[in-house]
Write a protein that binds this ligand. Structure first.
Ligand SMILES: [Zn+2]
Ligand SMILES: [Zn+2]
Length: 143
């Protein structure tokens, strides 16, 4: 795993040196905050405090499985609190080269998408599989 770099925007948020970000949840493993460019009614990101670049850097180990499962639980907890009446929830990760920031982040979305065309960004279809659902990644990481 690559070390944290001072240029990584999400590392700055995780170390709470970015004062402009509203932190929704923080513990010793993960931090959650709203996506600055939301695609849905509620759109949060959950990131590991430790700098892990992408889903490709996760291994089939108890440690990585537990971490992703914890990210998923935090996302579900925040959306059920803040968007209890949502029509649908989606949780997942962009896979390289479709990831925007090279620090692992779980997209947590309470639909509808706003605007509606944004759904394309989170489609798991297509030959490259740009987006992987959290439960599918967990399946893949099961030790
Ligand atoms: Zn980082
Ligand atoms: Zn992303």
């Amino acid at each position: 795993m690559a070390g944290a770099t001072s240029s990584c925007i999400f590392c700055q948020i995780a170390r709470s040196s970015s004062s402009s970000t509203t932190i929704l949840h923080a513990d010793d493993k993960v931090v959650a905050f709203p996506d600055i460019n939301p695609s849905s009614f509620r759109h949060y990101l959950v990131i590991p405090v430790e700098h892990i670049a992408t889903v490709k850097d996760l291994r089939r180990t108890t440690e990585d499985h537990t971490l992703v499962n914890h990210m998923f639980n935090v996302g579900q907890m925040l959306l059920s609190r803040d968007a209890p009446n949502s029509i649908q929830y989606r949780f997942g990760f962009h896979q390289p080269p479709f990831n925007s920031v090279n620090h692992l982040h779980l997209h947590c979305m309470a639909l509808p998408y706003v605007p509606r065309w944004r759904r394309i960004k989170y489609s798991s279809l297509g030959p490259l599989g740009g987006f992987i659902e959290a439960h599918k990644l967990l399946e893949r990481l099961k030790p």
